[in-house]
Design a protein around this ligand. Structure first.
Ligand SMILES: [Zn+2]
Length: 113
């Protein structure tokens, strides 16, 4: 399915907004008195951050971006000129995105392995 109104810049802006929200929550948790309530709050924020990373990976896949399975949830590969690279393991793939041809699909591979 095409998403003509959503592009990489929109995605990056979305991701930055989400990260700013998580950072605000972490800051608020840090202001709590230390103890079990603070630890529980910090754990819930880590859980929310993990769920957000999974949602980001799914959205990136929908937008035709390449993913790398060196972590779970998968890393969203960045683009530098005609090369896609993983910001975590620096794995590189050349040329086209999976909008044209699926080169790698960790969701599919995860489901069939
Ligand atoms: Zn990687």
């Amino acid at each position: 399915m095409e998403h003509p109104s959503v592009d990489m810049n929109d995605f990056v802006a979305w991701r930055q907004l989400c990260q700013a929200s998580i950072d605000l929550l972490k800051g608020a948790a840090h202001d709590l008195p230390s103890g079990s309530s603070r630890k529980l709050t910090e754990e819930k924020i880590r859980h929310a951050e993990d769920m957000l990373a999974r949602a980001d990976a799914m959205l990136a896949k929908e937008l035709g971006m390449l993913l790398c399975d060196c972590t779970w949830p998968p890393q969203i590969m960045r683009r530098r000129q005609s090369i896609h690279y993983c910001p975590n393991c620096n794995r590189q793939l050349g040329g086209r995105s999976n909008r044209d041809e699926p080169r790698y699909n960790p969701f599919r591979d995860f489901m069939t392995s």
